[in-house]
Design a protein around this ligand. Structure first.
Ligand SMILES: [Zn+2]
Length: 269
């Protein structure tokens, strides 16, 4: 199903659900990140490899974007950021768009080229606790994650707070996440691992279960699956977590559209 500038309103589109090396760069699933529309304000979160193509295939045009968020500099989260910025700014013709990213995404060995970034309206360096209003969306970065490189998740709300989404990007599990993302209605988590692996700083399914049980969102969505997760049938794991926690838990699939008003996935032809 193709979306338009009108029908994307208050929708969350999964342009990819792959996480980490094998799944993303082996193209086991797409890795284009998420397109979020909050009351007409469009935000692309983590435009990984292929984001540009998957966006256009969905009928979406990056020129509509008001903001891009890069949670961290790993390429499965930002490989296509320069293409997306070129489209936002019409190849530099219009100064438009705000980029939120950690400092190390734009300092030494930058993943966002100076050339494309100069065409944006603004680049905002994320710091823990930062909160900004971009048109109809309030975008916050409650806590620095533990993931090797500088990494942040985000909480995005509409101005009345009726819509609230927490996105826990790549991180090792730590207790402070529970407080940082408390109160969100929709909780998105990058659950890369099926089983915990102490040396790999990613969330696993038992971590996701703890987060859901403590945060108690109305809906939880798992995404960013590594190879073992994809092969373990994430939809079955999600069903099990739903049964055990009582919180509706969805394993996202590529090109899934989620309605932020009805809190349901949109049936597509
Ligand atoms: Zn990462």
């Amino acid at each position: 199903m193709k979306l338009t500038e009108k029908t994307v309103k208050n929708k969350l589109v999964f342009l990819g659900t792959a996480g980490a090396r094998y799944a993303s760069f082996g193209l086991i699933r797409q890795a284009g990140g998420m397109w979020l529309n909050v009351e007409g304000t469009n935000v692309h979160i983590d435009p990984g490899p292929g984001a540009f193509i998957y966006t256009h295939r969905k009928g979406l045009n990056p020129h509509w974007l008001s903001a891009i968020i890069i949670s961290h500099r790993h390429l499965d989260h930002c490989a296509d950021v320069n293409h997306v910025i070129e489209t936002i700014t019409l190849g530099g013709k219009r100064k438009k768009g705000i980029l939120f990213c950690p400092e190390d995404a734009i300092s030494e060995d930058p993943v966002v080229l100076k050339f494309t970034r100069n065409n944006l309206q603004e680049t905002v360096t994320i710091k823990e606790g930062l909160s900004e209003i971009v048109e109809n969306a309030k975008i916050s970065f409650p806590i620095k994650h533990i993931h090797g490189v500088e990494t942040y998740g985000t909480v995005i709300k509409n101005l009345t707070g009726e819509i609230s989404i927490g996105y826990i990007s790549d991180t090792k599990f730590f207790d402070k996440l529970l407080e940082a993302y408390s109160g969100v209605k929709i909780l998105i988590m990058n659950v890369t691992l099926k089983n915990p692996r102490p040396t790999i700083p990613h969330l696993s399914t038992p971590d996701a279960k703890i987060l859901i049980k403590e945060i108690m969102p109305e809906v939880a969505i798992m995404t960013h699956f590594g190879r073992t997760m994809v092969y373990a049938k994430p939809w079955e794991i999600a069903q099990k977590i739903s049964d055990e926690t009582g919180v509706k838990t969805i394993a996202a699939w590529d090109n899934m559209i989620f309605d932020l008003e009805t809190l349901k996935t949109v049936k597509q032809r």
